[in-house]
Design a protein around this ligand. Sequence first.
Ligand code: ADP
Ligand code: ADP
Ligand code: ZN
Length: 219
Amino acid sequence: MGIFVVMLGPPGAGKGTQAKLLAKDLNIPHVSSGDLFRDHLGRKTELGLLAKGYMDRGDLVPDDVTVGMVVERIGRPDCQEGVILDGFPRTLSQAAALDGALSERGQSVTVVPLVQVADEEIVKRLTARRVCRNCGAVYNLVFNPPAVEGVCDVCGGELYQRDDDNTETVRNRLYTYHKETSPLIGYYFAKGLLVEVDGKQAIEAVQASLRVVLEMAGK
Ligand code: ADP
Ligand code: ADP
Ligand code: ZN
């Protein structure tokens, strides 16, 4: 049946940080729609250039473009046994498209951890986020600093601040989350798939909670 985990929660809740750890533990890919868009942007593809305006404002990229990109990714051979989805779905229409794509393969979403963090904490986290240009490792100047300032612990790459991690764009991303993405909480709750996790705990404690959630889901 495979393991299909949808990491739900506001921007900055720690979905990516946790998804990377879980993916390593379960030996399945971590698929982040934001990372896929940033990869396109780096390669200056048509899709990347289209996405840029939405990302810079903190608005959602249109569903058809986003769904096409993610469904193609999870259709590849390395995703047949499962995947940790992070940042997708973000609208009800994306969630329905995901269900459709999985059911065509005789599969379905296994569990949806909802990582909860209050808005004020999120603004603090995201404005202090730094990302490795080379390997994508995620740091935080306050909560999870690298050993050497500006340098990735994992690969020695240069750390940078995402263009959309400024206070104004973060506020719009939070607004967008509450308006467009929070209806997914009810959607997955109704399917019996939603499990809340306290995202304010330390990174290791959140990871331990998620492991329990996955064990309870039978994985
Ligand atoms: P998301 O993928 O949900 O946007 P990230 O995993 O990128 O979130 O985390 C956002 C920021 O918060 C990063 O700087 C990360 O290092 C930091 N962070 C992640 N988890 C925690 C935590 N449990 N406590 C404090 N800071 C965290
Ligand atoms: P974060 O985890 O900090 O919220 P992401 O990397 O997930 O940031 O997303 C960055 C931006 O990419 C979003 O603000 C949005 O513009 C775009 N994006 C990512 N995933 C989606 C999606 N599923 N639907 C629409 N837009 C998306
Ligand atoms: Zn790195």
